[in-house]
Design a protein around this ligand. Structure first.
Ligand code: SF4
Length: 492
């Protein structure tokens, strides 16, 4: 069998970092971890190739080579996935599809031959056996979440690592919380399942052996979902791994209760984590209660963010407007919260209801569903009829985004953050790509951009007061350029 694994393109979203990647000559932010893991589970005697449409073209020659095409993606990749499926079918290929997009929306992909509806570990062995015996069924699904303890190391040899800005590794799936708008628990359950620490370290080893020296995103939706195993197994193993100068910067996603466990924060920093993404959603307690974000209730969230920053972790965060409880004051409250907390990378979106969530079900029952969600939770769209009228909601959203990503406010936020941030690790020696990015930033942001005055003011401030943080500041300036471009696109 010649198996072609194809990863659809991402549109221009906040998460794509497309406009920032140009500064460092990269084509995409992350490799397709799911497909690379699936590749490792396929029989050795099958030939495999990977085409990630985000970094290269899918050619007719690729399709001619393939006996079957495996495609996986997230909801936000829907349009590209559809085009790829159509091309494969026009070329007469057998198409096998899986991943969150196809699991949620398989009914819309009538020409796909075989679906893996759920996590591959529990389904793929059966599909492989059936394909080899020429008796494959259309649907493979399971009513339980598989054990991922021994999930294999992704087949990194298929990926063109140098074209990505960051690598990805996964420790756990699932989240113990149950925020009503979140499809993570629908897809992966509420009982976090983990890989063994030895497996994860092996993945780090394989990346290091392949020559990777850049950042690694630990893609868990909530890394601290199983604190016990994280603290007793993974973090000690990563701390050990770092010894011997393998100091790759790590980032991940966590819930705000990280702040309750100071030793765990210290361990994470010691293991190499320098950035965490947290779903804060709203500073409004009624909104948090309405979406069942209980872990964020009754806290001083600004103080929590600053505590995490003091421990040496940059906080990125997601925010939502459009909860049933929101009133027109929410827009200014969100702005004030984000500016005061120094969350530079603030992803603000309108309320969306992904398929499979409790919110989706509630909206359906109340007759308030307006269609499918786009999968891009920061594109200013909503698929529900919000209690606040859509026009004032959209106007308020525009106000928030225009304010947060104006050069003046954005650079001010970087300053607020750098004042609080106390990095535990010494800044690594500056590498050539960082110097190149700095040079580009001077031209693009310091000369050609409308916000150049703010750029120079911040550059001088950083040089005089936070010189060690210059590489981080440069990264944030470049992110800002990307965010402004995406804002302009969506707000237009
Ligand atoms: S904490 Fe995050 S991952 Fe967990 S249910 Fe809530 S939004 Fe989803």
């Amino acid at each position: 069998m010649n198996i072609l694994l194809v990863y659809p393109a991402f549109p221009d979203t906040f998460w794509s970092f497309r406009h920032a990647l140009k500064f460092v000559h990269k084509r995409a932010a992350f490799p397709p971890l799911g497909l690379l893991t699936i590749a490792a589970m396929l029989p050795e005697h099958w030939d495999k190739r990977l085409i990630d449409v985000n970094i290269e073209k899918l050619t007719e020659r690729d399709l001619a080579w393939a006996d079957a095409v495996m495609i996986s993606g997230m909801t936000v990749q829907r349009d590209s996935a559809r085009q790829i499926v159509d091309r494969c079918k026009a070329a007469g290929k057998c198409v096998i599809a899986g991943g969150p997009l196809f699991t949620s929306e398989f009914e819309d992909f009538t020409s796909v031959d075989h679906f893996l509806l759920g996590e591959a570990e529990g389904l793929l062995p059966r599909l492989i056996a059936d394909l080899e015996n020429h008796c494959a069924e259309r649907f493979y699904e399971s009513d339980h979440h598989p054990d991922i303890h021994d999930s294999p190391t992704p087949l990194w040899t298929l990926a063109k690592l140098k074209r990505y800005a960051s690598m990805s590794v996964q420790f756990s799936r699932g989240c113990p919380f149950d925020c009503d708008f979140c499809n993570i628990t629908a897809l992966f359950g509420r009982k976090p399942r983990v890989k063994s620490a030895a497996r994860v370290v092996r993945e780090f080893d394989s990346l290091y052996a392949a020559g990777w020296r850049g950042p690694i995103f630990v893609v868990d939706d909530n890394l601290i979902g199983n604190k016990k195993l994280l603290k007793t197994e993974l973090l000690p193993a990563l701390i050990e791994w770092r010894k011997g100068k393998r100091a790759l910067p790590l980032q991940t996603q966590v819930s705000i209760n990280l702040v309750n466990d100071e030793p765990m924060m210290q361990q994470m920093v010691e293991a190499g984590f320098d950035t965490v993404f947290i779903g804060i959603e709203t500073p409004d307690e009624l909104g948090l209660a309405a979406c069942d974000k209980r872990q964020n209730l009754h806290r001083d969230l600004v103080a929590d963010v600053k505590t995490i920053q003091h421990h040496g972790l940059q906080v990125q965060a997601g925010f939502i407007v459009g909860f049933d409880t929101d009133t027109p004051s929410i827009f200014q409250r969100q702005i004030d919260f984000i500016q005061n907390s120094g969350i530079v990378t603030a992803m603000v979106g309108l309320l969306q209801a992904p398929i499979g969530t409790r919110l989706y079900e509630r909206m359906r029952v109340e007759g308030r569903l307006l269609g499918k969600f786009t999968g891009d939770n920061v594109d200013g769209t909503t698929n529900v009829r919000t209690k606040m009228d859509l026009e004032p909601l959209k106007a308020g959203y525009r106000q928030v985004m225009n304010h947060l990503y104006s050069p003046e406010q954005y650079y001010q936020r970087i300053k607020t953050f750098l004042r609080e941030y106390r990095p535990a690790q010494k800044t690594d020696r500056v590498r050539w790509p960082q110097l190149l990015a700095f040079g580009h930033s001077i031209v693009r942001l310091g000369v050609l951009s409308r916000g150049r005055l703010h750029y120079w003011k911040l550059l001088l401030w950083t040089l005089f007061t936070r010189r060690r943080q210059l590489p981080l500041a440069v990264t944030l300036w470049i992110y800002g350029h990307h965010f402004r471009k995406v804002c302009r696109l969506h707000l237009a």
